[in-house]
Write a protein of this length. Sequence first.
Length: 419
Amino acid sequence: MTLLAVGINYQTAPVSVREQLSFAGDYLKPALQALRRVDGVREAAILSTCNRTELYCAADTNNQQPLIDWVAENKQLATSDFSPYLYSHSDSQLIRHMFRVASGLDSMILGEPQILGQMKTAYQAACEAGTLGKQLGKLFQHTFTAAKKVRTDTAIGSSPVSVAFAAVQLAQQIFDKLSEQTALLIGAGETIELAARHLSQQGIGRIIIANRTFEKAHSLAMQFNGFAIELSELPNHLAEADIVISSTASQLPILGKGSVESALKKRKHKPMFMVDLAVPRDIEAEVEKLRDVYLYTVDDLQNTIDQNMQSRRLAAEQAEEIINTQVDHFLAWLRAQSAQTIIRDYRYNAEQTRDEALQTALASLKNGAAAEDVLNRLAYSLTNKLIHTPSSQIRLAAEQERHDLLAAALEIFNLNQPQ
């Protein structure tokens, strides 16, 4: 049995190709079952995210062509449309690859945690589709263990590397308790959504979301028990904000020096922390000159992000060492599985010999033989029969000067070396 994978990701294929090879949630189960029916495929799982699509299989051979042909047929594409972007892994390479993916070491943002959840979703989908078996199922479980150990034993995910996260981290340094603060978020795009999520996770007291389209602001605010306003209402609510994070696509500033001055007067000059993540800027540069305002731009945060990214790179080096060890552990488990057939057959032969000897002993007892004599004969006969074949093979190995077999016999039977 071979562990095999083919896939594409953000490094090998543009989004125009990746989107053609994605597997939506509703379609994943029938796709898995169809993949399982490919000749030679015994077990199957599919990981499909915006940044990658990977097919994991336990198969009879390491020939990847049947998988490529299946993708072409399933997606109604010519193989030439996507095969130049594919990569493949097998056995130890695949094991290492899955461990690295789940640990965030192969992600666009080094160390990002979402991929582990996506990997668990892929595992669950394969379980529900009935396409996982012993080998691939065990590999997924070991993958989760390896990723958890990387996150526990390294700082791979402890330093923020997004501007939204960096802004929230900076706010935590300025305010002792975010639970007592109000955050005003201007915009309703991905960056603002991330900022709202991070603030919510850190226990922010109150969130106000302002956007040109009220419906978008309201939809986002509902996710975080927040309050939505239109941009035109900003002057009425700015004084409530201890934290202001802005990220819009406006070509002109949203907040000027005058409006911030007015808000500070209403606040009796209680400090305001402001982060402008927009390019062009949403907050006039002159605002920085106001007392009681801490204004940061995306360039200011970039220094923090660069430092944190370097910290993650150092953690990634430690993570690779952990993964090396975990790969060795799983390979040892795989090797042990190859001995199961031998162990099963050896045990079956021993049980057959035992049953034959036992039947002979029981017959002797029924014929009136003394119990002690029967037990002695049983022990003697059973011992001779069990050691006969190994003894003959060891003797033959010695005659043929098969020192490797003699050494193996000493280890297998746990015998002392001859003097």
